[in-house]
Design a protein. Structure first.
Length: 320
Protein backbone atom coordinates (compact mmCIF):
# COMPACT_ATOMS: atom_id res chain seq x y z
CA UNK A 1 0.00 0.00 0.00
CA UNK A 2 1.35 3.42 -0.88
CA UNK A 3 0.71 6.75 0.76
CA UNK A 4 0.01 9.97 -1.08
CA UNK A 5 2.28 12.89 -0.21
CA UNK A 6 3.41 16.24 -1.54
CA UNK A 7 6.98 17.37 -2.11
CA UNK A 8 7.87 20.29 0.18
CA UNK A 9 11.61 20.45 -0.40
CA UNK A 10 13.93 18.68 -2.73
CA UNK A 11 17.64 18.12 -2.94
CA UNK A 12 19.50 15.82 -5.29
CA UNK A 13 18.56 12.62 -3.52
CA UNK A 14 16.37 13.42 -0.60
CA UNK A 15 12.88 14.80 -0.60
CA UNK A 16 10.86 16.18 2.27
CA UNK A 17 7.28 15.18 1.73
CA UNK A 18 4.09 15.86 3.61
CA UNK A 19 1.80 12.84 3.98
CA UNK A 20 -1.75 13.59 2.95
CA UNK A 21 -3.24 11.29 5.59
CA UNK A 22 -1.74 12.78 8.74
CA UNK A 23 0.16 15.87 7.49
CA UNK A 24 3.39 14.47 8.93
CA UNK A 25 6.65 15.38 7.20
CA UNK A 26 8.84 12.48 6.14
CA UNK A 27 12.11 12.33 4.23
CA UNK A 28 12.16 10.00 1.29
CA UNK A 29 14.49 8.80 -1.39
CA UNK A 30 13.25 8.00 -4.87
CA UNK A 31 13.40 5.09 -7.26
CA UNK A 32 16.40 5.59 -9.52
CA UNK A 33 14.22 6.02 -12.59
CA UNK A 34 12.66 9.08 -10.96
CA UNK A 35 15.94 10.77 -10.22
CA UNK A 36 16.50 12.20 -13.67
CA UNK A 37 16.59 15.97 -13.90
CA UNK A 38 13.34 17.79 -13.15
CA UNK A 39 11.50 14.56 -12.46
CA UNK A 40 10.61 15.50 -8.92
CA UNK A 41 10.02 19.12 -7.96
CA UNK A 42 8.42 21.09 -5.17
CA UNK A 43 4.66 20.88 -5.43
CA UNK A 44 4.60 17.42 -6.98
CA UNK A 45 2.19 14.87 -5.61
CA UNK A 46 3.82 11.47 -5.16
CA UNK A 47 3.11 7.93 -4.00
CA UNK A 48 5.31 6.79 -1.12
CA UNK A 49 6.22 3.26 -0.13
CA UNK A 50 6.46 3.13 3.68
CA UNK A 51 9.67 1.76 5.19
CA UNK A 52 9.44 -2.04 5.45
CA UNK A 53 11.10 -1.95 8.83
CA UNK A 54 10.99 1.00 11.18
CA UNK A 55 14.05 3.18 10.79
CA UNK A 56 14.46 2.39 7.11
CA UNK A 57 13.69 4.82 4.33
CA UNK A 58 10.52 5.97 2.69
CA UNK A 59 10.73 5.63 -1.07
CA UNK A 60 8.97 7.66 -3.75
CA UNK A 61 7.54 5.16 -6.17
CA UNK A 62 5.61 7.39 -8.49
CA UNK A 63 5.12 11.03 -9.40
CA UNK A 64 1.49 11.81 -10.16
CA UNK A 65 0.92 13.64 -13.42
CA UNK A 66 1.36 17.40 -13.00
CA UNK A 67 -1.52 19.75 -13.50
CA UNK A 68 1.02 22.41 -14.56
CA UNK A 69 4.53 23.51 -13.80
CA UNK A 70 6.61 26.62 -13.91
CA UNK A 71 10.16 26.88 -15.11
CA UNK A 72 13.02 29.26 -15.43
CA UNK A 73 14.44 29.87 -18.87
CA UNK A 74 18.23 29.73 -18.98
CA UNK A 75 19.20 31.14 -22.36
CA UNK A 76 22.96 30.73 -21.95
CA UNK A 77 22.75 27.01 -21.55
CA UNK A 78 19.57 26.75 -23.62
CA UNK A 79 17.73 25.01 -20.87
CA UNK A 80 14.53 25.27 -18.95
CA UNK A 81 14.67 24.42 -15.28
CA UNK A 82 11.43 23.29 -13.74
CA UNK A 83 10.99 25.06 -10.41
CA UNK A 84 7.64 23.91 -9.06
CA UNK A 85 4.40 22.23 -10.05
CA UNK A 86 0.66 22.13 -9.41
CA UNK A 87 0.28 25.86 -8.87
CA UNK A 88 -3.04 27.69 -8.71
CA UNK A 89 -1.80 31.25 -8.69
CA UNK A 90 1.41 33.25 -9.15
CA UNK A 91 1.92 36.01 -6.62
CA UNK A 92 4.05 38.59 -8.37
CA UNK A 93 5.55 40.55 -5.50
CA UNK A 94 6.80 44.12 -5.96
CA UNK A 95 8.05 46.66 -3.47
CA UNK A 96 7.40 50.32 -2.81
CA UNK A 97 10.82 50.58 -1.13
CA UNK A 98 13.96 48.86 -2.30
CA UNK A 99 14.36 47.21 -4.71
CA UNK A 100 12.57 49.77 -6.86
CA UNK A 101 9.33 48.94 -8.61
CA UNK A 102 9.86 47.57 -12.13
CA UNK A 103 6.84 47.66 -14.36
CA UNK A 104 8.62 45.83 -17.15
CA UNK A 105 9.32 42.90 -14.89
CA UNK A 106 5.64 42.60 -13.99
CA UNK A 107 4.71 42.54 -17.64
CA UNK A 108 7.24 39.77 -18.14
CA UNK A 109 5.69 37.71 -15.38
CA UNK A 110 2.29 38.30 -16.91
CA UNK A 111 3.55 36.91 -20.21
CA UNK A 112 4.70 33.81 -18.39
CA UNK A 113 1.48 33.62 -16.47
CA UNK A 114 -0.35 33.45 -19.79
CA UNK A 115 2.08 30.97 -21.24
CA UNK A 116 1.79 28.66 -18.23
CA UNK A 117 -1.92 29.23 -18.07
CA UNK A 118 -1.72 30.12 -14.38
CA UNK A 119 -3.40 33.32 -13.18
CA UNK A 120 -1.42 36.03 -11.36
CA UNK A 121 -2.07 38.43 -8.55
CA UNK A 122 0.24 41.41 -8.26
CA UNK A 123 1.23 42.31 -4.71
CA UNK A 124 2.32 45.84 -3.93
CA UNK A 125 4.40 45.22 -0.82
CA UNK A 126 6.25 47.60 1.54
CA UNK A 127 3.39 50.02 1.09
CA UNK A 128 4.17 51.37 4.57
CA UNK A 129 7.05 53.12 2.78
CA UNK A 130 5.00 54.44 -0.12
CA UNK A 131 4.83 58.20 -0.59
CA UNK A 132 4.01 58.42 -4.29
CA UNK A 133 7.34 59.94 -5.26
CA UNK A 134 8.78 56.90 -7.05
CA UNK A 135 5.76 55.59 -8.91
CA UNK A 136 2.00 55.90 -8.95
CA UNK A 137 0.36 52.82 -7.49
CA UNK A 138 -3.12 53.95 -8.56
CA UNK A 139 -2.01 54.12 -12.19
CA UNK A 140 -0.25 50.75 -11.98
CA UNK A 141 -3.37 49.21 -10.48
CA UNK A 142 -5.52 50.64 -13.23
CA UNK A 143 -3.14 49.24 -15.77
CA UNK A 144 -3.45 45.81 -14.16
CA UNK A 145 -7.20 46.06 -14.01
CA UNK A 146 -7.18 46.68 -17.74
CA UNK A 147 -5.26 43.42 -18.06
CA UNK A 148 -7.74 41.65 -15.75
CA UNK A 149 -5.14 41.11 -13.07
CA UNK A 150 -6.09 41.59 -9.44
CA UNK A 151 -3.78 43.50 -7.17
CA UNK A 152 -3.30 43.94 -3.45
CA UNK A 153 -1.71 46.60 -1.28
CA UNK A 154 0.14 45.16 1.73
CA UNK A 155 2.95 45.55 4.18
CA UNK A 156 4.54 42.20 4.94
CA UNK A 157 6.02 43.57 8.12
CA UNK A 158 2.58 44.52 9.40
CA UNK A 159 -0.47 42.30 8.84
CA UNK A 160 -2.66 45.06 10.30
CA UNK A 161 -1.72 47.49 7.55
CA UNK A 162 -4.85 48.82 5.81
CA UNK A 163 -4.70 49.70 2.12
CA UNK A 164 -4.67 53.42 1.44
CA UNK A 165 -4.81 53.47 -2.36
CA UNK A 166 -6.17 50.13 -3.57
CA UNK A 167 -9.39 48.39 -2.65
CA UNK A 168 -7.79 45.10 -1.61
CA UNK A 169 -5.25 44.46 1.13
CA UNK A 170 -3.83 41.69 3.26
CA UNK A 171 -7.18 40.40 4.45
CA UNK A 172 -8.59 40.08 0.93
CA UNK A 173 -5.43 38.37 -0.24
CA UNK A 174 -5.63 35.92 2.65
CA UNK A 175 -9.23 35.04 1.78
CA UNK A 176 -8.53 34.69 -1.95
CA UNK A 177 -5.69 32.27 -1.30
CA UNK A 178 -7.75 29.82 0.72
CA UNK A 179 -7.53 26.30 -0.61
CA UNK A 180 -4.88 27.25 -3.17
CA UNK A 181 -1.23 26.63 -3.87
CA UNK A 182 0.54 29.90 -4.63
CA UNK A 183 4.12 30.58 -5.63
CA UNK A 184 5.72 33.90 -4.77
CA UNK A 185 7.92 35.36 -7.46
CA UNK A 186 9.72 38.67 -7.83
CA UNK A 187 13.05 40.34 -7.34
CA UNK A 188 15.23 39.48 -4.40
CA UNK A 189 14.41 41.72 -1.43
CA UNK A 190 10.82 42.61 -2.31
CA UNK A 191 9.64 40.70 0.77
CA UNK A 192 8.53 37.28 -0.47
CA UNK A 193 9.82 35.36 2.52
CA UNK A 194 8.49 37.98 4.90
CA UNK A 195 5.07 37.88 3.27
CA UNK A 196 4.94 34.11 3.72
CA UNK A 197 5.62 34.55 7.42
CA UNK A 198 2.82 37.09 7.64
CA UNK A 199 0.39 34.93 5.64
CA UNK A 200 1.14 31.99 7.93
CA UNK A 201 0.04 34.32 10.74
CA UNK A 202 3.48 34.13 12.25
CA UNK A 203 3.53 30.34 12.52
CA UNK A 204 6.29 30.01 9.99
CA UNK A 205 9.50 31.95 10.37
CA UNK A 206 11.57 32.16 7.24
CA UNK A 207 14.94 33.77 7.04
CA UNK A 208 14.49 37.08 5.34
CA UNK A 209 17.05 39.60 4.15
CA UNK A 210 17.39 41.34 7.46
CA UNK A 211 18.11 38.27 9.53
CA UNK A 212 20.82 37.34 7.18
CA UNK A 213 22.52 40.62 6.50
CA UNK A 214 25.57 39.60 8.50
CA UNK A 215 25.95 36.84 5.98
CA UNK A 216 27.55 39.17 3.38
CA UNK A 217 24.10 40.28 2.28
CA UNK A 218 23.74 37.06 0.37
CA UNK A 219 20.08 36.39 0.03
CA UNK A 220 18.47 33.61 1.88
CA UNK A 221 16.08 31.68 -0.27
CA UNK A 222 18.19 29.50 -2.52
CA UNK A 223 15.74 26.74 -3.35
CA UNK A 224 12.07 26.73 -4.01
CA UNK A 225 10.32 25.34 -0.97
CA UNK A 226 6.72 24.66 -0.17
CA UNK A 227 5.29 25.90 3.08
CA UNK A 228 2.11 24.69 4.70
CA UNK A 229 0.21 27.88 5.46
CA UNK A 230 -2.60 25.83 7.00
CA UNK A 231 -5.28 27.45 4.83
CA UNK A 232 -3.17 27.41 1.70
CA UNK A 233 0.19 26.20 0.43
CA UNK A 234 2.84 28.77 -0.38
CA UNK A 235 6.01 28.29 -2.35
CA UNK A 236 8.95 30.56 -1.69
CA UNK A 237 11.18 30.87 -4.71
CA UNK A 238 14.55 32.53 -4.91
CA UNK A 239 14.56 36.04 -6.36
CA UNK A 240 15.66 36.08 -9.95
CA UNK A 241 17.56 38.92 -11.54
CA UNK A 242 16.30 38.62 -15.03
CA UNK A 243 13.23 36.95 -16.38
CA UNK A 244 14.31 35.69 -19.74
CA UNK A 245 11.57 35.16 -22.29
CA UNK A 246 13.96 34.25 -25.08
CA UNK A 247 12.38 30.83 -25.51
CA UNK A 248 9.14 32.37 -26.78
CA UNK A 249 8.34 32.87 -30.42
CA UNK A 250 7.05 36.23 -31.65
CA UNK A 251 3.65 34.65 -32.17
CA UNK A 252 3.52 33.43 -28.60
CA UNK A 253 4.59 36.83 -27.38
CA UNK A 254 1.92 38.76 -29.21
CA UNK A 255 -0.71 36.41 -27.80
CA UNK A 256 0.18 37.70 -24.35
CA UNK A 257 -0.06 41.27 -25.58
CA UNK A 258 -3.49 40.95 -27.13
CA UNK A 259 -4.33 44.47 -25.96
CA UNK A 260 -1.39 45.85 -27.95
CA UNK A 261 -2.32 43.62 -30.85
CA UNK A 262 -5.85 44.94 -30.86
CA UNK A 263 -4.67 48.53 -31.08
CA UNK A 264 -2.04 47.66 -33.64
CA UNK A 265 -4.81 46.65 -36.04
CA UNK A 266 -5.90 50.30 -35.94
CA UNK A 267 -2.60 51.37 -37.41
CA UNK A 268 -3.10 51.87 -41.11
CA UNK A 269 0.44 50.87 -42.02
CA UNK A 270 0.81 47.18 -42.75
CA UNK A 271 4.28 46.61 -41.38
CA UNK A 272 4.61 49.45 -38.93
CA UNK A 273 6.94 49.14 -35.98
CA UNK A 274 4.99 51.92 -34.26
CA UNK A 275 8.15 53.88 -33.55
CA UNK A 276 8.03 57.52 -32.58
CA UNK A 277 9.21 58.87 -35.93
CA UNK A 278 6.42 57.13 -37.86
CA UNK A 279 4.12 59.99 -38.76
CA UNK A 280 0.55 58.81 -39.13
CA UNK A 281 1.08 55.71 -37.00
CA UNK A 282 -1.94 55.10 -34.78
CA UNK A 283 0.08 55.00 -31.56
CA UNK A 284 1.83 58.28 -32.35
CA UNK A 285 -1.50 60.02 -32.71
CA UNK A 286 -2.60 59.10 -29.18
CA UNK A 287 -2.80 61.94 -26.70
CA UNK A 288 -0.33 61.12 -23.94
CA UNK A 289 -2.37 63.23 -21.53
CA UNK A 290 -5.27 60.78 -21.70
CA UNK A 291 -5.19 57.92 -19.21
CA UNK A 292 -6.16 55.22 -21.70
CA UNK A 293 -3.46 56.35 -24.10
CA UNK A 294 -0.92 56.17 -21.33
CA UNK A 295 -1.98 52.60 -20.62
CA UNK A 296 -1.69 51.51 -24.24
CA UNK A 297 1.62 53.27 -24.77
CA UNK A 298 3.10 51.74 -21.64
CA UNK A 299 2.04 48.32 -22.83
CA UNK A 300 3.48 48.97 -26.28
CA UNK A 301 6.72 49.93 -24.60
CA UNK A 302 6.85 46.67 -22.61
CA UNK A 303 6.01 44.71 -25.70
CA UNK A 304 8.82 46.29 -27.72
CA UNK A 305 11.36 45.59 -25.01
CA UNK A 306 10.54 41.93 -24.89
CA UNK A 307 10.24 41.68 -28.64
CA UNK A 308 13.83 42.81 -28.99
CA UNK A 309 14.94 39.91 -26.86
CA UNK A 310 12.78 37.41 -28.67
CA UNK A 311 13.95 38.48 -32.11
CA UNK A 312 17.56 38.28 -31.10
CA UNK A 313 17.48 34.54 -30.98
CA UNK A 314 16.99 32.73 -34.24
CA UNK A 315 14.21 30.19 -34.23
CA UNK A 316 16.51 27.28 -34.86
CA UNK A 317 18.19 27.95 -31.53
CA UNK A 318 14.99 27.67 -29.65
CA UNK A 319 13.92 24.51 -27.98
CA UNK A 320 10.39 23.35 -28.64
N1 LIG B 1 9.35 48.43 5.58
C1 LIG B 1 9.08 47.21 5.10
N2 LIG B 1 10.08 46.31 4.98
C2 LIG B 1 9.78 45.07 4.50
C3 LIG B 1 8.47 44.73 4.14
N3 LIG B 1 8.47 43.45 3.69
C4 LIG B 1 9.74 43.02 3.78
N4 LIG B 1 10.54 43.99 4.27
C5 LIG B 1 12.00 43.89 4.50
O1 LIG B 1 12.64 43.71 3.24
C6 LIG B 1 13.77 42.86 3.36
C7 LIG B 1 13.70 41.71 2.37
O2 LIG B 1 12.65 40.84 2.70
P1 LIG B 1 12.65 39.31 2.26
O3 LIG B 1 11.40 38.70 2.77
O4 LIG B 1 13.94 38.63 2.63
O5 LIG B 1 12.62 39.45 0.68
P2 LIG B 1 12.76 38.28 -0.41
O6 LIG B 1 14.15 38.31 -0.91
O7 LIG B 1 11.79 38.67 -1.49
O8 LIG B 1 12.38 36.98 0.25
C8 LIG B 1 13.78 42.41 4.82
O9 LIG B 1 14.71 43.22 5.50
C9 LIG B 1 12.36 42.64 5.28
O10 LIG B 1 12.27 42.88 6.66
C10 LIG B 1 7.43 45.72 4.28
O11 LIG B 1 6.25 45.50 3.97
N5 LIG B 1 7.81 46.93 4.76
MG1 LIG C 1 13.48 35.16 0.39
ZN1 LIG D 1 2.05 52.02 -36.25
Amino acid sequence: MTIRARIFRSSKRHFDCQRSDNKELVTATALATLLKEDHIVVGDWVELIPPPVQGQEWVIEKVIERKNFIFRNMPRVQKKNVIASNIDVLLVVTSAGTPAYKRGLIDRYLVRSDYWNIPSYVIFNKMDLYDGSEFDVAFEAERLKWLDVECFEVSATNGEYKPRVLSQGFHELFEKLKGKTAILVGQSGVGKSRLITELSLGKIQLLSGETNRANKGSHTTTWAELIDGEHFALIDSPGIRSMSLSDLTKEELIQSFSDVQEFATKCKFVSCNHEENNKGCFFQKLDPEVKESQLILSRLDSYKRVLEEVSDIPDWQKKP
